[in-house]
Write a protein that binds this ligand. Structure first.
Ligand SMILES: Nc1ncnc2c1ncn2[C@@H]1O[C@H](COP(=O)(O)OS(=O)(=O)O)[C@@H](OP(=O)(O)O)[C@H]1O
Ligand SMILES: [Mg+2]
Ligand SMILES: [Mg+2]
Ligand SMILES: [Mg+2]
Length: 355
């Protein structure tokens, strides 16, 4: 008997694997075709190319589903040199397993079709129906700096995350490799690195080595119970502009955590705590106006919850993926093992003065 969402899970994992081949190629290039977006954040040829490959696979398999993706093609329509660079990458990236590549529908027709495909990620999101959300490169600043980054894909149905997949080319394959500052900062995809995290609602979370063809065998993962807060490790963003790092240090101190935080880019943080390499992920708002994007959290939220964790915002509410392209009703993220989540939340609220 096939289980619920088995086709969605298989396609999602293969699509993330294929997109990761492309991002790894760009990761090793000196020039990554970086342009600055309207909000001053960077985007590279890797982000555009990965988004094109993932949407193409989704449209081949699930033509009626909507897609909320981070990037848009507007800039590429007026910059043909950049478009051509991306097309060259997309045209020459495929899974090295013919059957797996066939499941994703094979190659995109031409450069113009590629731009149209990138723009199919423009859904407004919402509470109704099937909507995929894509972060083609999460942690683009990390990708450029030489840190962690992730290729992220999730399926929402009526506003709830049902399937989530995160490809982390630079994380150790070994689920028990402890979370260290070095893993956060050390960007390499040499032998022994590259992991694919996945979850389906009600079916648990898994990790497997990130491959270039057919999927590797998966292993079930779970969060590590925290027996002593003094030994707990927490992770947060590298970029001080994305998460308040002085407040998190005060929270850690009040909780009795003695180790310094591990700073790591991208949803690699969610995957790392889901497999028990780390314990707690704190993301504390740095401004009252910034709204977190659904593609930055959907896959990670499900993977952590399916691994035995609890994920809320700083108000103690579950993340609500049904209000549009952003988490407009939420503020920050607190992810921790279920048994200690309320303890962590109450210290967060005390330090932030949240009622
Ligand atoms: N002001 C502010 N506050 C909170 N979050 C923000 C902010 N600005 C940007 N972003 C989003 O942060 C995403 C990357 O954050 P990360 O946690 O991966 O890592 S890090 O902050 O770069 O260390 C990053 O995702 P990518 O653009 O996919 O890299 C952004 O969507
Ligand atoms: Mg992101
Ligand atoms: Mg991104
Ligand atoms: Mg971005």
């Amino acid at each position: 008997m096939t289980s619920l969402y088995s086709k969605e899970l298989e396609i999602a994992q293969l699509a993330v694997q294929r997109a990761s081949i492309l991002t790894k190629r760009v990761f090793h290039e000196k020039t990554k075709g970086t342009v600055s977006k309207d909000d001053a954040s960077p985007v590279t040829i890797g982000d555009f190319g990965a988004q094109a490959l993932i949407i193409s696979a989704l449209k081949h398999n699930f033509p009626h589903d909507e897609v909320v993706a981070e990037e848009e093609a507007a800039e590429l329509r007026s910059n043909s040199a950049l478009r051509d660079q991306i097309w060259e990458l997309v045209r020459t990236t495929q899974l090295d397993d013919v059957a797996a590549e066939g499941l994703l529908g094979g190659a995109i027709k031409d450069a113009e079709s590629m731009l149209d495909i990138i723009d199919k990620g423009n859904s407004k999101g919402g509470r109704v129906g099937r909507i995929w959300t894509i972060d083609p490169i999460d942690g683009t600043k990390g990708f450029l700096r030489g840190g962690q980054y992730a290729v992220c894909l999730a399926l929402l149905e009526d506003g709830e995350v049902k399937v989530g997949t995160i490809g982390c080319p630079n994380l150790p394959v070994d689920d028990s490799a402890p979370l260290t500052a070095d893993i956060g900062a050390n960007a390499t995809d040499e032998e022994g690195r590259g992991v694919l995290f996945s979850a389906v609602i009600g079916q648990g979370a898994t990790s497997r080595p990130l491959k270039t063809g057919a999927l590797a065998e998966g292993k079930s993962i779970s969060m590590k119970p925290i027996t002593e807060m003094s030994n707990a490790s927490f992770c947060e963003s590298v970029e001080a502009g994305h998460s308040n790092q002085s407040e998190s240090a005060r929270i850690a101190q009040k909780l009795g955590i003695t180790k310094p935080s591990v700073r790591m880019d991208s949803q690699a943080k969610y995957g790392s705590i889901a497999r028990g390499a780390g314990d707690i992920y704190l993301r504390l708002p740095t401004s009252k106006t910034y709204q977190e994007k659904i593609w930055d959290h959907a896959a990670g939220d499900l993977i952590v919850r399916e691994a035995g964790g609890q994920v809320t915002d700083t108000k103690g509410n579950r993340l609500d993926f049904g209000v549009g392209r952003t988490l407009a009703t939420n503020s920050g993220v607190i992810a921790a093992p279920k048994a200690v989540h309320s303890q962590v939340l109450s210290v967060v609220q005390e330090v932030l003065g949240v009622k």
